[in-house]
Design a protein around this ligand. Structure first.
Ligand code: FMN
Length: 253
C-alpha cells in the first residue's frame, strides 16, 4: 500500500461555479472506486490512491517544515507567551488525535481541559512542587485519563466482533489495555497539538490519586498524565538534551 499523506488537487475552474477543487477531486476518486469495485469479483478493494487517482499529485511524506514542527524543532515548554488557546482549537486537536490507532479501536483515552482559574486552583494541590508555576501559567492543562469501562463502547467502536467479551471480568487486562492505549493517545494528542501550532509541556510529576479524587470522583476514569498547552516562550528553553542514536536504541533482526 502506498502512503497517503496529502493530495495536491491543483487548480480548478469549478470554484467559480460554487464547488471546490477538493470536492471535484473527491468525486473523481469516488467514481473510480465505484468502477474498481464493480470490476472486482468479490467487491474487495486492494488499491492505493496512485491506482485510483493517477492524475493527482501525491505527496508521500511531510515537508521538512512539517517534520521540524512536530519533531525536530518541537520542544517541551515550561514558560508560556501571553496568548490564549481557543476552545475550537482544542476540538481540532482532539479531532486529529482521535484518528490514531488503538487496540481493537478501543479509544480509552479521555481528555479533561483545565482552563478556568477555578479549575486550575483545584488542580494545584495535586502537583509536584516543580510543576506548579508552569501549570498555573499555562493557558490550558489537559488531564489525559482513561476510562476503565472503555469496553462498553466496543460494540460501537469495533462492531464486527464481540470485543467487549474479551474484557468483561478481567480487571488486570482492562487496566493494562486502558493504560497502554491512553498513553498512545496522549502521544497522538501532543503530536496533533504541535501540528496545529501549539506547544506542549507533558508532566507525570503529580499525585494521580489526588487528581482522580478532585476531578474524576465517582467515574470510571483514571488520570494517566498531564500536558500543559499553549504558545511556548522559547527564550526560557535550555539547550536540547541528547537523544540516543539508531545504533544505541535499535536493532534490525
Ligand atoms: C510522560 C512525561 C512526563 C514528564 N514529566 C515531567 C514533569 O513532571 N516535570 C517536568 O518538568 N517535565 C516533565 N516531562 C518533560 C520531559 O523532561 C521532556 O519532555 C524531555 O526532557 C524532552 O525535552 P524536549 O522535548 O525539550 O527535548 C515529562 C515528559 C513526558 C513525556
Amino acid at each position: 500500500m502506498g502512503k497517503i499523506i496529502g493530495i495536491d488537487l491543483g487548480t480548478s475552474n469549478s470554484e467559480s461555479e460554487g464547488r471546490s477543487a477538493l470536492e471535484d477531486g473527491m468525486d473523481r476518486v469516488c467514481e473510480k472506486l465505484d468502477q474498481e469495485k464493480a470490476a472486482s469479483n468479490e467487491g474487495k478493494l486492494h488499491m492505493t490512491l496512485e491506482t485510483i487517482a493517477p492524475d493527482m499529485k501525491i505527496n508521500t511524506h511531510l515537508s521538512d517544515d512539517g517534520l521540524d514542527l512536530i519533531f525536530r524543532k518541537a520542544r517541551t515548554f515550561d514558560a508560556w507567551r501571553n496568548r490564549s488557546v481557543q476552545d475550537d482549537l482544542l476540538r481540532q486537536v482532539y479531532d486529529l488525535a482521535k484518528m490514531g490507532p488503538t487496540s481493537a479501536n478501543m479509544c480509552p483515552a479521555r481528555f479533561l481541559f483545565i482552563v478556568s482559574k477555578q479549575a486550575k486552583a483545584r488542580l494545584k494541590p495535586a502537583l509536584a512542587a516543580g510543576n506548579i508555576d508552569k501549570t498555573m501559567a499555562a493557558p490550558v492543562t489537559v488531564i489525559i485519563a482513561h476510562d476503565l469501562e472503555f469496553y462498553d463502547k466496543l460494540p460501537k467502536l469495533f462492531p464486527h466482533v464481540d470485543a467487549k467479551a474479551w474484557f468483561v471480568g478481567k480487571p488486570e487486562f482492562i487496566r493494562e489495555s486502558a493504560f497502554r492505549n491512553s498513553t498512545l493517545q496522549g502521544a497522538y494528542f501532543m503530536i496533533a497539538a504541535r501540528a496545529l501550532g501549539l506547544d506542549c509541556g507533558p508532566m507525570s510529576g503529580f499525585d494521580n490519586k489526588k487528581v482522580d479524587e478532585i476531578f474524576l470522583n465517582g467515574t470510571p476514569w483514571r488520570s494517566n498524565f498531564l500536558c500543559n498547552l499553549g504558545y511556548g516562550e522559547p527564550a526560557t528553553l535550555h539547550p536540547r538534551s541528547p537523544r540516543m542514536d539508531f545504533k544505541e536504541a535499535c536493532r534490525i533482526l
